[in-house]
Ligand binder design. Structure first.
Ligand code: GLN
Length: 193
């Protein structure tokens, strides 16, 4: 059975769990979405979602538990939202543990503080989506020579969603909306050849 793990160390986990369950049903996939907390749980997953939250906290626990190794050894595709995007990057403007799974550099809290949170429409590959931004990171740069990288969305000329192979990083929070399309996109990407 196809298993989507939602990393449950800290942050907006239950929202990802709910929307992933809906996405699996919509796609008619015989699969399960479950929260995972330890390296052994993660090793059972076909893909992993890392939620928003506090990337320093999530990163610290993730490395302490050896979850980074399991992701890399098993080539587990990761979808990261907000703090998850920071953890996928190879460089941030802060000294913190990161996975370096994507050839991207991010800047933290680039859209302001918690009180500056906002919602706006984001166009991803020609379709409009609701974008919720909460102390969101921004993509500062990516390796333009990397043929596996695809920019998925920009907002105010800043890149806010990007894909490298089967990994996806997003500045905003699709899990805080009712729109399952982005989770469906990730699942289909994981299942593609
Ligand atoms: N600012 C947070 C961080 O740097 C991310 C915020 C979020 O995930 N909503 O980890």
């Amino acid at each position: 059975m196809f298993i989507v793990g939602i990393l449950n160390l800290q942050g907006a986990v239950s929202e990802h769990l709910d929307i992933t369950k809906k996405a699996l049903i919509n796609l008619g996939i015989d699969g399960e979405a479950r929260t995972v907390r330890y390296a052994d749980d993660v090793s059972e997953c076909d893909c992993l979602i890392i939620s928003g939250g506090e990337s320093t906290v999530i990163g610290k626990i993730l490395f302490e538990r050896g979850i980074d190794k399991v992701i890399k050894e098993n080539n587990i595709p990761v979808f990261g939202t907000c703090a998850g995007m920071i953890l996928l990057s190879s460089k941030t403007d802060y000294d913190q543990p990161i996975l370096s799974l994507m050839d991207i550099e991010v800047g933290r809290n680039a859209f302001g503080r918690q009180k500056d949170s906002f919602e706006d429409t984001i166009n991803i590959l020609g379709e409009d989506y609701p974008g919720v931004f909460i102390r969101a990171p921004v993509l500062r740069s990516y390796n333009e020579n990397n043929k596996n990288i695809k920019v998925l969305a920009k907002y105010d000329s800043q890149i806010v969603a990007i894909q490298e192979g089967k990994n996806i990083a997003m500045s905003f929070h699709p899990e805080l909306t009712d729109d399952t399309r982005i989770h469906e996109y990730f699942i289909k990407l994981v299942l593609s050849d």
